[in-house]
Design a protein around this ligand. Structure first.
Ligand code: COA
Length: 322
């Protein structure tokens, strides 16, 4: 049976590193507080004028190289982002134009931190049903543009970056299952208001920036991810020990550790980038996955679990054989 397999990965981070100590110069916080509550030590922030599509393009080109394919081989482009360059056209269309791809479907997915998992789940269905042969799936964000830099409870958490994968038709096992969920009843717990329809334009002095009830989000994330892991294992008739690598959304090391514990995994089976990247929303999983592939930890044939939780709430997982 045809399956959708990851053929290559790529990622890109903006040049500027912002340490916890640098943030402590502008808001009332400390390296000790941020590290102990979140595991974050630094994050990357885009330069003036640098956009989500700029990051996406760099990650996408690297993924195409790694997959050994040309842009002209791609017949589906999906970009998961909450921070698009324009209201429209979608960032996927802007990216497609930069890569010189003309004609195939290109669209954005907005599921905040779960965006990449949603996008990969969608791409897998296109490929498995024969609607596409090779998909470029990107998670790219400039969260720094919607962070309230005066709010210490959120500004220390986020960062910018992009990750990408090329997914292709294969006779070998690839993506084994995806599990996508959402419940909009929780919309107020983690949100950025000020959308174009409610306000008439984009950002409006303070409105449009991220607000979060961190403690409630934290508790929901841990219990929801616990159930999601159970659902994913049961759907594949697998045991915890069958999973070689956990590639979680990188929001908080304590949430990641709770999921690893649920899986009976040691932390050296978890790809962790939150210390260096912070929470890059839809970019965090493909960034972490690419890191694990490039440094040789994730090997062909390994069973990998990706999972995410974010604004919406949205949550989801992808189980795959790399
Ligand atoms: N530096 C210093 N103190 C801070 C701070 C900061 N950057 N941010 C908040 N505080 C203070 C609070 O004001 C509060 O002080 P008070 O007790 O005097 O009122 C205290 O620290 C505890 O705040 P609280 O929000 O209860 O801390 P917490 O242990 O829940 O940690 C988060 C806060 C944000 C790290 C944590 O809730 C979290 O990670 N939540 C989930 C985030 C997440 O995953 N979001 C994205 C999902 S994709």
């Amino acid at each position: 049976m045809t399956s959708a397999r990851i053929l290559g990965t790529g990622s890109f981070l903006p040049e500027r590193v912002v340490s916890n100590a640098e943030l402590a110069l502008t808001v009332d916080t400390s390296d000790e507080w941020i590290v102990s509550r979140t595991g974050i030590r630094e994050r990357r922030i885009v330069a003036a004028g640098e956009t989500t599509c700029d990051l996406a393009e760099r990650a996408a080109r690297q993924a195409l190289d790694a997959a050994g394919c040309l842009a002209s081989d791609i017949d589906l482009v999906i970009v998961a982002t909450t921070t698009p360059d324009r209201v429209f056209p979608g960032t996927a269309c802007l990216l497609q134009e930069r890569l010189g791809i003309h004609g195939p479907a290109a669209f954005d997915v907005q599921a905040v931190c779960t965006g990449f998992v949603y996008a990969l789940g969608i791409a897998e269905k296109f490929i498995r049903t024969g609607s596409a042969r090779r998909a470029l799936v990107v998670g790219a964000e400039t969260m720094s543009r919607i962070v309230d830099w005066k709010d210490r409870s959120t500004c220390v958490l986020f960062g910018d970056g992009a990750g990408a994968v090329v997914v292709g038709m294969s006779d070998e096992a690839g993506i084994l299952s995806s599990h996508l969920h959402a419940d909009g009843a929780y919309k107020e717990l983690l949100t950025a208001t000020g959308g174009v329809s409610s306000r008439g334009t984009g950002l409006h002095g303070g409105e449009g920036l991220i607000t979060m009830r961190g403690n409630e989000v934290f508790r929901m994330a841990v219990t929801t991810l616990d159930a999601l892991v159970g659902e994913t294992l049961a759907a594949n008739d697998l045991k915890q020990s069958d999973i070689r690598w956990l590639v979680p959304h990188q929001a908080n090391i304590r949430i990641i550790a709770a999921t690893a514990k649920r899986l009976g995994m040691a932390m050296d089976q978890v790809i962790v980038t939150v210390d260096r990247h912070g929470n890059t929303s839809a970019a965090s999983i493909p960034l972490a996955f690419d890191a694990g592939v490039r440094d040789g930890r994730i090997q062909r044939g390994d069973v990998v679990l990706m999972e995410a939780f974010g604004g919406g709430f949205t949550w989801g997982s992808v189980l795959l054989r790399y």
